[in-house]
Design a protein around this ligand. Structure first.
Ligand code: F6P
Length: 407
């Protein structure tokens, strides 16, 4: 094998993104890679020559086992948009200069649809200058909004945490003999996959959530207030799941209806937070009912103590599949998961042109959202296999043990 390997992580973290890192590292080593470098804070860090030799950090099989169970991005992350090639030639020259200094022949980037923009631009530039470096995308995002792939690693574990947490919130929320309303805000930006996972809470031991609001449909506040009023008028408590990205008719996010501080990242994404709080305040003040807003926020992204073994395994496999494909000569591609069977559930990996994946958001199909503010059984059946099985944390002194980040 000629040349070295470099791998980076980018975008929001997940509970299993390090399992993909482990899959890239171990597969590259097993296939004869001399050095496997890790970019610190993705491409942004690389531009500042921030990288580590991963063999000095991951030395034993126990380290691999710990890495798979360590949440968030072990190498650090970034939200950094590369310039268009025509406008930022110097940036690309610098990146390729650094890659050549390190004798890199294989470049892997673990991320979502914004991060795949980086793979797209680097592989396009590589073709322009006749570089022989192979560029491969490794999918990840709790949002599950990546095109082409059946689902994204990271989603299953976040969905499992959300469904389990909803069961506990429902137990707590229905405890009193007078009506209360709990509104839970769930991440996912403009795609409702994760919020839909709240529906999985329902079962023979749990009533389930009452209403679910996804960003794919316009949020009608008056209709929402009517629904709440009619349910609580029967003396019932309610638990409601709302996406952080729900918007009203004029396009504003619900959280933008209240005073807020707005942060916008390099991809132009506003920080979404506060919809549940806004709605809880509105119900409290207009209907005089006790309300509580719960923002699951970052808790849902890195809950490795509640991760799905299916998810951890698939995250590892997509990392390994990216290495195999690149070592066999593929470039400018993303590894995707293809569901080949529902019962028993089975997914295989394939590779797909990054141009059809980068910057595209895959939304929940409207036919999977019901008229009465819930989701269909088809959507529940789609998610259910992804949350199956557990990989127990390695517990030390009563707490899950993670791989140390001492870089
Ligand atoms: O990575 C996706 C995501 O988790 C979204 O669901 C959420 O809106 C966003 O990240 C938050 O990003 P940040 O950590 O940059 O605030």
């Amino acid at each position: 094998m000629v040349g070295n390997v470099i791998v980076g992580q980018s975008g929001g973290p997940t509970a299993v993104i390090n399992s993909s890192l482990a899959g890239v590292f171990k597969t590259a080593k097993d296939r004869g890679a001399k050095k496997v470098y890790g970019m610190r804070h993705g491409i942004k860090g690389l531009l500042d020559r921030q990288y580590v030799d991963l063999s000095e950090k991951i030395k034993t099989d126990i380290d691999i086992d710990l890495l798979k169970r360590t949440p968030s991005s072990y190498l650090g992350s970034c939200r950094y948009k590369l310039p268009e090639i025509s406008e930022g030639k110097e940036t690309y020259e610098k990146i390729f200069e650094i890659l050549n200094e390190l004798d890199i022949k294989y470049f892997f980037y673990i991320g979502g649809n914004d991060s795949m923009d980086t793979i797209k631009k680097l592989s396009d530039y590589g073709i322009l200058i006749n570089s022989d470096i192979k560029f491969m995308g490794v999918p990840k995002t709790i949002d599950n909004d990546l095109a082409v792939t059946d689902h994204t690693p990271g989603f299953g574990s976040a969905a499992k945490f959300i469904a389990a947490t909803m069961k506990e919130i429902i137990r707590d929320g229905l405890v009193y003999d007078y009506p209360t309303i709990t509104i839970v805000e769930i991440m996912g930006r403009n795609a409702g996959w994760l919020t839909a996972a709240a529906a999985l809470a329902k079962g023979e031991d749990c009533e389930g959530v009452d209403l679910i609001y996804l960003p794919e449909k316009v949020f009608d506040i008056d209709h929402f207030m009517e629904r709440v009023k009619s349910i609580v008028s029967k003396g019932r408590s309610m638990v409601i799941a709302v996406s952080e990205g729900i918007r009203v008719m004029d396009g504003r996010y619900v959280f933008e209806l209240s005073d807020h501080v707005e942060f916008v990242d390099a991809f132009g994404h506003k920080q979404l937070a506060g919809s549940a709080k806004f709605l809880a305040n509105k119900i409290g003040s207009e209907l005089g009912i006790k309300t509580r807003a719960i923002e699951l926020s970052t808790l849902q992204r890195c809950a490795s103590h509640m991760s799905s073994r299916t998810d951890i395994t698939e995250a590892y496999n997509v990392g390994g599949a990216a290495v195999k494909a690149a070592f066999e000569g593929e470039s400018g591609k993303v590894v995707v998961l293809k569901r080949v069977s529902d019962d028993p559930y089975m997914c295989i990996t394939e590779t797909h042109d990054v141009h059809q994946i980068a910057n595209i958001e895959k939304k929940v199909p409207l036919e999977w959202i019901t008229e009465d503010d819930f989701v269909t059984d088809d959507l529940i059946h789609y998610i259910r296999p992804l949350i199956q099985a557990e990989l127990s944390p390695i517990m030390v002194d009563g707490l899950p043990r993670h791989l140390n980040v001492d870089m």
